[in-house]
Design a binder for this molecule. Structure first.
Ligand SMILES: NC(=O)c1ccc[n+]([C@@H]2O[C@H](COP(=O)([O-])OP(=O)(O)OC[C@H]3O[C@@H](n4cnc5c(N)ncnc54)[C@H](O)[C@@H]3O)[C@@H](O)[C@H]2O)c1
Ligand SMILES: [Zn+2]
Length: 290
């Protein structure tokens, strides 16, 4: 959506025509040399970024940081709004028959949420604040609930989105325009809005020793309350996609612990991709069915 609307995400700039789409599922129709041909016909969820496998990040498992990763729909690599794509066989993860095509596609944003929680250090009994109740925030909230968080606070200015958050694991919702979150004392704050005011409000809500994880992409730069971060020893990190999340994502979808199908509010074909990329606030996830 950032590429479609703004032509860039941080340092990644679209300079020539680019096929978008990086949350794909499908069925294997053919295999290349050296790949197990018995996989033809298998239903798969595609992990859209294939790293170089040779650099120090790849060697230590932090392959999301690989400088040579080829990631669908990140310039200059074309994405998955297409009938056919080619990907390394180990990045085509098999999904059980009872996981829908839509859910298999949404293992990608689920992976973003799983990675955010890994960075946030959340677990049973945690108090978590999530800013932004778009697809990513709703998945972060769901995963918090599945992990046994004691409190899952979700803030969003949009009343419909706050309502959705209640359906997806929030124990309470907040309107950032009306509710003061400072002093809430959460263990972890996960920003899924990219809005600087949300980040500042979230930082003020963290208990001493807590963590802040910036997932949302909006402002490239913002001013931070340094003395508050120091005085409360807050750990602040960003996240970049994910690494090694598909196996757990597949299991969470297969067991029904995380509900992905309910995030889907519409479908379009390849001729109407623009509608999926400019959804109204009433839409959560629009899936493209080629
Ligand atoms: N770091 C990563 O690897 C990564 C991966 C995927 C997505 N993202 C980013 O995560 C963000 C969320 O993605 P999405 O698809 O859910 O987007 P989205 O635009 O659907 O959701 C953002 C939500 O934030 C809400 N919001 C706006 N201002 C707010 C405020 N002050 N306080 C609280 N909420 C506020 C909006 O109303 C909206 O519901 C995007 O910025 C996206 O680019 C990052
Ligand atoms: Zn690498």
């Amino acid at each position: 959506m950032h590429y479609f609307r703004h032509g860039r995400i941080g340092p990644f700039v679209v300079r020539e025509p680019l096929v978008l789409g990086h949350e794909p599922s499908g069925r294997i129709v053919d295999t290349g040399p050296g790949v197990d041909a018995s996989r033809i016909g298998q239903r798969v969820s595609l992990e859209p970024g294939v790293p170089c496998r040779r650099c120090r990040y790849c060697h230590t498992g932090a392959y999301n940081l690989c400088p040579d990763i080829a990631f669908f729909a990140t310039p200059p690599v074309d994405g998955a709004f297409a009938e056919y794509v080619v990907i390394a066989d180990d990045f085509a993860h098999p999904v059980p028959e009872h996981v829908s095509d839509d859910a298999a596609a949404l293992l990608e944003p689920l992976s973003v949420a799983l990675w955010a929680h890994r960075k946030a250090g959340t677990g049973i009994g945690s108090r978590v604040l999530v800013a932004g109740a778009g697809p990513i925030g709703l998945l972060v909230a769901q995963v918090a609930a599945v992990q046994g968080a004691a409190e899952v606070l979700v803030s969003d200015p949009d009343p419909g989105r706050r309502e959705a958050a209640r359906d997806f694991g929030a124990t309470a919702v907040r309107d950032p325009a009306a509710d003061d979150l400072s002093g809430a004392g959460v263990d972890a704050f996960v920003d899924c809005s990219g809005a600087p005011p949300a980040v500042l409000a979230g930082l003020a809500a963290i208990a001493p020793g807590g963590r802040a994880v910036l997932v949302g992409m909006g402002a490239d730069e913002m001013t931070l309350p340094v003395s508050a971060l120091q005085g409360r020893e807050i750990t602040l990190t960003g996240t970049f996609r994910y690494a090694g999340t598909w196996p757990s994502a597949v299991r969470l979808a297969a067991s029904g612990a995380v509900d992905l199908d309910r995030l889907v509010t519409g479908h379009v074909d390849l001729d109407h991709v623009g509608e999926a990329l400019a959804p109204g606030p009433e839409q959560v996830k629009v899936v493209v069915r080629p």
